[in-house]
Design a protein around this ligand. Structure first.
Ligand code: LLP
Length: 386
């Protein structure tokens, strides 16, 4: 069995649980993102919501990606990391006034607008500053992403974006709003999408929607197709880098760009998931009536994905090469949902063993909470532990 090649000896001295980021994996991933996206001059904005660890962000900034933000906090973090405001997009169904003002003050590239009332407020706040805000309309394309329903966003039943039926109304509004400029359209159909035909379906919809704008003589400078490319949670050691070549090719082959239009992406998980692991220690092995529990010092406060989305993460015992046995791998939190995996095969495990929960670089550390008054996990990088 191949396992993560981690500095386990260094891990002994660090208080568990913590996140470990392998920056070599991150850099290789970013090289591939750049290689494949630059074949067509595609623009990639890193979806900050996946992970804002400072060292991770520094590497992403170095690779030249822009930022996709969904809160004022993320806009601040992107700018603090040195990402140029001209590469920052700002989405979200509920932007507060201070958050819009922050975007305006920094002259960000674009607000992805999700409703008519939001468009009106951006216009009003921009007017107060004597500015013109650049906006893209987030359109709900009603395309299925074939993924977990909690992370499906592009169906008309979801709260996101402007529905096609409302488009006439929005487009007619623009000539009356002097302080917003329509520069693009934005889409995002969901996350952890591994079925590439979903993205092909999105391209077909985008082409149709582009016809709508052409028919009204509205020229759009850019199309933003959001993020969503999935990763291989089952085999992170065999497939550490997502298939960016196939992904970008879908858009190159199926999305028809109009003259001088640029195509933008907002990738989160595909960029950072595989470089991160949650590192934990085994506190106790408890013999149940019909099974063994491996009780970790990490719980759903550190990584909520299994409890919230029934997500699978590969789990490895980095301290043992003994024969394999099934364990229910659980955390210390007082809720039954605090279970990372059931009947999971680990090398025979004992108190003190170091456990890696893999593919946790995206939506891991950033979704941690302090429930039960637990401490927030820290993040360490391979560069720091050299
Ligand atoms: N753009 C927009 C508008 C989004 O809503 C999202 C993610 C992204 C881009 C980035 O998507 P990605 O490339 O990472 O799939 N916490 C969940 C995932 C929630 C995703 C929310 N939106 C999880 O742990 O699976």
């Amino acid at each position: 069995m191949i396992k993560a090649n981690y500095p386990t000896d260094k891990f002994q001295d660090i208080q568990t649980p913590f996140y470990y980021y392998d920056l070599d994996v991150l850099r290789t991933t970013l090289d591939e993102v750049n290689l494949q996206s630059k074949k067509s001059d595609f623009h990639v904005h890193y979806a900050m919501k996946a992970n804002v660890n400072e060292s991770v962000l520094a590497v992403i900034k170095e690779a030249g990606l822009g930022a996709d933000c969904v809160s004022g906090g993320e806009v601040e973090a992107a700018i603090k990391a040195g990402i140029a405001p001209s590469k920052v997009v700002f989405a979200g169904v509920g932007k507060a006034d201070w958050e819009i003002n922050l975007g305006l003050d920094n002259d960000i590239f674009c607000f992805n607008v999700e409703s008519i009332p939001e468009l009106e407020v951006i216009n009003e706040l921009a007017a107060a500053k004597g500015k013109v805000a650049k906006v893209a309309l987030r359109i709900n394309p009603n395309v299925s992403a074939n993924t977990h329903h909690y992370i499906t966003t592009g169906l008309s039943e979801n709260k996101f974006g402007i529905n096609m039926s409302e488009l006439d109304k929005v487009v007619d509004l623009f000539p009356t709003l002097a302080n917003v400029q329509l520069i693009g359209i934005h889409f995002h159909i969901g996350s952890q999408i591994t079925d590439m035909t979903s993205f092909q379906g999105l391209c077909v919809r985008v082409n149709e929607i582009q016809d709508y704008f052409v028919a009204r003589n509205i020229s759009l400078q850019h199309i933003n197709v959001g993020g969503g490319l999935g990763i291989n949670y089952e085999h992170p050691n065999h497939f550490p880098i997502p298939d960016f070549e196939a992904y970008f090719k879908i858009f190159r082959d199926h999305l028809v760009l109009r003259p001088n239009q640029t195509l933008h992406f907002e990738l989160g998980r595909a960029v950072v998931a595989q470089c991160g692991s949650l590192i934990s220690k085994v506190l106790y092995i408890k013999e149940g009536t019909s099974k063994k529990f491996a009780i970790l010092d990490a719980g759903f406060t550190d990584l909520i994905r299994p409890a919230l989305y029934q997500a699978y993460h590969l789990i490895e015992n980095l301290s043992s090469d003994a024969a394999i046995e099934p364990y229910d791998i659980v955390g210390p939190i007082c809720e039954s949902s605090d279970t990372f995996a059931k009947e999971f095969n680990l090398n025979q495990t004992k108190r003190g063993d170091i456990i890696a929960i893999r593919s946790a670089g995206a939506y891991g550390e950033i979704m941690a909470s302090q429930y039960n008054l637990r401490k927030l996990p820290k993040g360490y990088t391979s560069d720091q532990l050299k």
